[in-house]
Design a protein around this ligand. Structure first.
Ligand SMILES: NC(=O)c1ccc[n+]([C@@H]2O[C@H](COP(=O)([O-])OP(=O)(O)OC[C@H]3O[C@@H](n4cnc5c(N)ncnc54)[C@H](O)[C@@H]3O)[C@@H](O)[C@H]2O)c1
Length: 326
């Protein structure tokens, strides 16, 4: 991982707990597996603790690490780091994606509640008019009562958003091709097909992964199904949405959007998404940032402690998972 990731991930007490479960050189931080120092460290290593800035675990690195059994990733998706060669070697993999889901779900909950309240539209109207607003007349649909929230993807984040929504008097629909009716019901949501969810929701929140099958899942036709006055929240990946079609919908003023992810990231400086008044655009901030990053470090150390105690990982990732997860 990068040295900045190393600093942010592990507070001194986390380093102490890591030392209590593993023989580890906590000052050795590698961003490539080819240097002499890296090869000397790989030779006896049973576990690699990786994070942002790690190199991929390719065949050369594996050849230098004959005792390696596991990769514990102190960040979200492991897709850039695990390789065909590491799966073939049977290297076990754990990820801190479940810990990273927490801040994304918190961001989403906040945005859902403020979107329903029409807070951004009201703030804009106040700033523009600088007089008392006739809120009951101008915003008859504002508020968080008996609204419908559509969650696309019963993912780690999607499920946590549903959980965080549970104290509120809102109806939740969820769409995920791998989800059964009974499981959705157990989550406190009703399963719906995507078209039905888009047409019925006051807020649509995307939590599916970027896969070939999800590219532009919200295309022009589906964006047109979203109700007038609704808000689309995307904290997942820009590739899920046909962005040109979305810009056209947003220009019409028919819907609002909260976009934490776009395609590409970073947007070109002349992108209309920077300036459209009905868009809240944030620079991929929903996941762990600042102090939240330490949660990822603590989570990874817990996984190493489980492994050292002879238990399996609580959050394993398998090769088969990667066809449907982030
Ligand atoms: N903005 C951020 O900072 C941030 C941080 C972390 C994750 N993410 C993104 O959030 C999204 C969710 O991540 P996660 O870790 O919760 O995902 P996950 O890997 O836990 O789950 C993915 C889910 O998507 C479902 N799915 C697959 N195809 C689908 C489809 N066509 N329609 C609906 N659901 C489908 C799968 O069944 C699975 O339940 C991903 O796109 C991820 O990249 C963003």
């Amino acid at each position: 991982m990068s040295s900045v990731a190393r600093q942010r991930l592990f507070a001194p007490d986390a380093i102490d707990s890591l030392r209590s479960v593993a023989d580890v050189d906590t000052d050795l931080v590698l961003t490539d597996f080819t240097s002499g120092e890296a090869r000397a460290a790989l030779a006896p290593a049973e576990i690699i603790l990786s994070g942002w800035g790690s190199p991929p675990l390719d065949a050369l690195a594996l050849a230098a690490a004959p005792r390696l059994r596991a990769l514990v990733h102190a960040a979200g998706s492991v897709k850039p780091y695990v390789t065909e060669a590491s799966w073939r070697r049977g290297i076990l993999v754990s990820s801190a994606a479940a810990a990273n889901a927490i801040p994304v779900a918190e961001y989403t909950l906040a945005m859902i509640l403020l979107a329903n309240k029409k807070a951004d539209r009201m703030a804009r109207a106040y700033r523009e008019r600088r007089t008392r607003l006739d809120l009951l007349v101008d915003f008859p649909e504002a508020g968080n009562y008996a609204k419908t929230i559509g969650i696309v993807g019963a993912s780690k984040i999607g499920r946590r958003v549903i959980e965080l929504l549970s104290p509120h008097e809102l109806r939740v629909l969820v769409c995920d091709p791998y989800l059964q009716d009974a499981t959705a019901c157990g989550l406190g949501a009703a399963r719906a097909e995507l078209d039905e969810l888009l047409a019925a929701s006051d807020v649509v929140s995307l939590h599916a992964p970027a896969l070939p099958s999800t590219r532009h899942m919200l295309d022009r036709r589906r964006l047109a199904l979203i109700r007038d006055g609704a808000t689309l929240i995307n904290t997942a990946r820009g590739a899920l949405v046909d962005q040109d079609a979305l810009v056209a919908e947003l220009r019409s003023g028919r819907i609002d959007a909260v976009l934490d992810v776009t395609e590409p990231e970073i947007l070109p400086s002349d992108s209309p998404l920077y300036d459209l008044p009905n868009v809240i655009l944030t620079p991929h901030i929903a996941g762990a940032l600042g102090v939240e990053v330490r949660r990822l470090g603590a989570f990874a150390i817990q996984e190493i402690a489980r492994y050292a105690a002879g238990h399996g990982f609580a959050h394993p990732v398998t090769e088969a998972d990667l066809t449907r997860v982030a």
